[in-house]
Design a protein around this ligand. Structure first.
Ligand code: FES
Length: 114
């Protein structure tokens, strides 16, 4: 059996083996997910939102401890969450890219005033 993981907002989909982490699936799909610790559940940068109805393997204690209840909102660590079937994942914008976009929008707004 293969698992189908779809990443939003790009809509890129990849077929992976059961047990593949969402981080590995994202890499295979060419979807950037921030990481600093290399997948050791230490940096908390790989947070993604898993859509309701997604099929994942049971969460391990290390991830539950890191999330401190955020899992109830669908937040998971991409380096720890493992696919078990069909999965839909919302990937947040890279924080640096989001900051640059905000700055450019402010600059464009300022420029339009002159
Ligand atoms: S990659 Fe660092 S916590 Fe997931």
């Amino acid at each position: 059996m293969r698992c189908k993981v779809t990443f939003w907002p790009s809509g890129k989909t990849v077929d992976v083996k059961p047990g593949t982490t969402l981080l590995d699936a994202a890499r295979r799909a060419g979807v950037p997910v921030s990481t600093r610790c290399g997948g050791k559940a230490a940096c908390f940068m790989c947070k993604v939102a898993v859509r309701p109805g997604s099929e994942l393997q049971p969460m391990k204690d290390i991830e539950r401890r890191k999330l401190c209840g955020l899992e109830s909102e669908g937040i998971r660590l991409a380096c720890q969450a493992r696919a078990a079937g069909k999965v839909a994942v919302d990937v947040p914008k890279d924080p640096l890219r989001a900051a640059i976009e905000r700055q450019l929008a402010r600059q464009a707004e300022d420029d339009s005033l002159w």
